[in-house]
Design a protein. Structure first.
Length: 203
């Protein structure tokens, strides 16, 4: 049975430096949704702030990237680092709900995200974006972020755009729905807090 007197610390700090990006990230899975985000890309800052706020994960991230080229490496490598941090902070995934889903309206857009911290990396998406850019952000990078996140977090991730016309609304809906689904999946099921949520006994 879950011991309310025992608090498991699910926090991690990681860094990743390549010839393209230099990233430092601090993550607390059991936070309050506080964030400090500095990626060099205004729209990405906004999306990651939303991800933190709606998942209730505390995220501090700084990225110095080759933004003189474009934002591709910055977005992809942040997805890699965030996914890696989540995976490491979850450790053996003991006690988590494991699955999470959210259908979220963002004005005219409607997004469904369903995910499983299965230990198996997979992205299945049906996202239809009609513009090349939202602000300073190349819209195709939304998918690149999801690919990198799902691979590094060992996450099975389905993202479906049910409807939507405004590209800002669609992408924002994706990040918010992703956050809400993550929050459900990483939460501890107190009744089964000592169990690995798999019949295999390991994830």
């Amino acid at each position: 049975m879950f011991d309310k007197g025992v608090k498991i610390m699910r926090e991690i700090t990681i860094s990743r430096k390549t010839n393209e990006t230099d990233i430092s990230l601090k993550l607390n899975l059991d936070g309050t949704g506080k964030s400090t985000v500095n990626t060099g890309c205004g729209f990405l800052n906004h999306m990651l702030t939303l991800l933190s706020s709606h998942s209730k994960m505390d995220i501090d991230i700084t990225c110095i990237g080759d933004v003189d080229v474009d934002f591709h490496h910055t977005v992809e490598d942040i997805g890699i680092c965030l996914g890696d941090a989540i995976d490491k902070a979850l450790a053996d995934k003991r006690g988590i709900n494991r699955y999470g889903t959210c259908t979220l309206p963002m004005d005219e857009a409607l997004i469904t995200v369903a995910l499983d911290f299965s230990g198996r990396s997979m992205l299945v998406e049906d996202i239809k974006l009609s513009a090349q850019k939202v602000g300073d952000f190349d819209t195709e990078l939304c998918k690149e972020f999801l690919i990198a996140l799902s691979r590094s977090a060992k996450l099975t991730l389905h993202v479906m755009q049910v409807r939507g016309e405004n590209n800002h609304h669609i992408i924002e809906g994706i990040f918010k729905a992703l956050a809400k689904a993550i929050r459900v999946a990483i939460s501890i099921d107190k009744e089964y807090a000592t169990e690995i949520p798999s019949t295999k006994g390991v994830i």
